[in-house]
Design a protein around this ligand. Structure first.
Ligand SMILES: [Zn+2]
Length: 59
């Protein structure tokens, strides 16, 4: 069995291994991977990224 990503790839925020179930964030440039939802959320906040794929629309 092999995952489509490297489980030892570093989290884009804290550099810990993302593991077998990474939290992904798709941006126009590339797909980012995080070790946990917290890291993903913080990264989104820092970079003002809005996830386009499963949009939570709040007006
Ligand atoms: Zn992390």
């Amino acid at each position: 069995m092999s995952e489509p990503w490297d489980a030892r790839a570093p989290c884009d925020l804290c550099s810990l291994p993302v593991g077998v179930k990474p939290f992904t964030l798709v941006t126009p440039e590339r797909t980012l991977m995080f070790c946990c939802e917290g890291c993903k959320g913080i990264y989104q906040m820092l970079h003002q990224i809005k996830e386009s794929t499963d949009g939570i629309a709040d007006n």
